[in-house]
Design a protein around this ligand. Structure first.
Ligand code: ATP
Ligand code: MG
Ligand code: MG
Ligand code: MG
Length: 473
């Protein structure tokens, strides 16, 4: 079954269960300042869950364009290194707005996976939230899952929330055991492990609360259902391939990367990482630009810029020194034409935007990489393992390197980044500048990123490449 066929099968199943098939909303959330990008299927229904909006239907199903690069759910730096993470992906979801609840949601998911898509129950595992006896019993008694295959996990895995505020609730997930070879090899490897062995396919969220800014949880008007299954992950299982990148949703993109670079996947790890990063980021760039985001120095535009520059830098690792990204986005239009015809319509514009960004970054990339290499040599001579903040700032400010790129370059070398020093250098630059307007937007962008509790805030500010006028006044 192709990715397109799986998407359709999902819709057909839920249409037959009286769900309204609703189009994906934009990657840019409508009127929701709490969120940088749509990161799950429920985002377009947030107000419906909160009881602020009524729809003509109380059951829906979607295939939602999602982006997880920044904010609470941030997978940017996972991409390339796991079998299952993307920045841009499609989330298949069914929703109940105060209609059915746990029992039906669990029954539908199991029936579709096992009877509809042919997954073997012997490979499936279930997780439930710590004290969710009701979900545990439904799985054991109604579905007949062996209780040894039902694992209780805590907040991190089994309590879902869109962001720091908004609808949330305990959840139950369906995982598939991809075999020991797919995992970390630890004898303690169990569902909940960060490795790819127990691959999480479908999250069933029992939407029950609204979390407010002060952390208080108030019950929603009516308990609801919100589910999410990654299309690329389920495709990897059905197509019986080791990673999402081996599915038909990616192979045409990967073939173009292989032919441009003359490298093959499956020969060495660094090549595989680079190819996966480029393939993933090509899709993300195409869809972001398609949804009206343009590369810039703040907010959403800076996330797009970071994604593209990360791909361009990884291109260097496999010998791609000429502009290439505008060519690796091409196959995305064709693959996605059936589901997203509007993306295909916009292909010329999208390709041009990508090319402009590449040409511009390539002007400074080599100089920046040289500075970083020299810095690392010097660090080695001095037995230091911390990249100085001033260098990170210079790379950012003069050479247009988002901090992720520096982190990517040093990640396998066991080096740390002096982010305090970076902050200081940034503050100094701030004092030097007489431009107030440029910086008010930086602190704005800062707040967007620091919405995440478990991550340090990241700069999504300017770089000198295009902000000279604002900074050098
Ligand atoms: P993981 O633990 O693997 O990072 P998650 O728990 O963060 O996944 P959820 O927030 O529960 O994921 O999202 C619902 C579903 O969306 C997941 O079960 C998975 O199938 C899919 N999904 C989540 N993040 C990604 C991603 N970065 N790339 C591709 N699919 C994803
Ligand atoms: Mg995750
Ligand atoms: Mg998870
Ligand atoms: Mg999950």
């Amino acid at each position: 079954m192709t990715g397109n066929e799986i998407r359709k099968k999902f819709f057909d199943y839920f249409a037959q269960k009286n769900h309204q098939i609703v189009r994906s909303s934009s990657l840019v959330p409508q009127d929701d300042p709490t969120l940088l990008f749509t990161n799950a299927g429920m985002v377009q229904f947030k107000r419906v869950f909160l009881g602020e909006e009524k729809r003509a239907y109380n059951r829906a199903a979607t295939s939602q364009k999602c982006l997880r690069a920044g904010g609470k759910h941030n997978d940017l730096e996972n991409v390339g290194y796991t079998a299952r993470h993307h920045t841009f992906f499609e989330m298949l979801g069914n929703f109940s707005f105060g209609d059915y609840f746990k029992k039906e949601a669990i029954g539908y998911a199991w029936e579709l996976l096992v009877d509809g898509l042919g997954l073997a129950p012997k490979d499936l595992w279930i997780t439930v939230y710590l004290d969710d006896e009701e979900a545990f019993e439904i799985w054991r008694d109604h579905i007949g899952v062996d209780p040894e295959r039902i694992v209780r996990l805590g907040e991190k895995d089994n309590f879902w929330s869109m962001g720091e505020t908004g609808p949330c609730g305990p959840c139950s997930e369906i995982l598939i055991d991809r075999g020991a070879a797919a995992g970390c090899g630890s004898p303690d490897c169990m569902p909940g492990c960060e490795c790819d062995r127990y691959l999480e396919i479908w999250n069933l969220v029992f939407m029950q609360y609204n979390r407010s800014e002060d952390g208080q949880m108030t019950p929603l008007p009516r308990p609801s259902i919100d589910t999410g299954m990654g299309l690329e992950r389920i495709a990897s299982i059905i197509q019986d391939v080791p990673t999402n990148f081996d599915t038909d949703l990616f192979t045409p993109v990967i073939q173009v990367i292989e032919s441009l670079s003359g490298r093959q996947m499956g020969v060495d790890d660094p090549t595989d990482v680079a190819v996966k990063v480029i393939a993933d980021h090509s899709r993300a760039a195409a869809f972001l630009i398609g949804d009206g985001v343009l590369p810039s120095n703040e907010g959403r535009g800076y996330v797009l810029r970071r994604i593209m520059r990360r791909a361009i830098r990884y291109g260097r690792n496999i010998g791609l020194t000429e502009p290439f990204l505008h060519k690796t986005v091409e196959p995305v239009f064709e693959i996605m034409k059936e589901a997203y015809p509007e993306l295909f319509e916009d292909r010329v514009f999208i390709t041009n935007v990508v090319k402009n960004e590449e040409v511009r970054f390539l002007e400074t990339l080599d100089h920046g990489l040289k500075l970083l290499a020299e810095t690392m040599e010097q660090m080695q001579r001095e037995n230091s393992t911390v990249v100085p903040g001033e260098v990170i700032f210079k790379l950012y400010d003069t050479f247009g390197f988002p901090v992720d790129i520096v982190r990517d370059v040093v990640r396998d070398k066991g080096l740390d980044l002096d982010m305090d020093g970076f902050d200081k250098a940034m503050a100094q630059r701030r004092e030097q500048s007489r431009s107030v307007t440029a910086f008010s937007s930086i602190s704005e962008a800062y707040r967007n990123f620091s919405a995440s509790t478990d991550q340090r805030p990241e700069f999504v500010g300017y770089d000198r490449l295009s902000c000279d006028s604002a900074l050098m006044l």
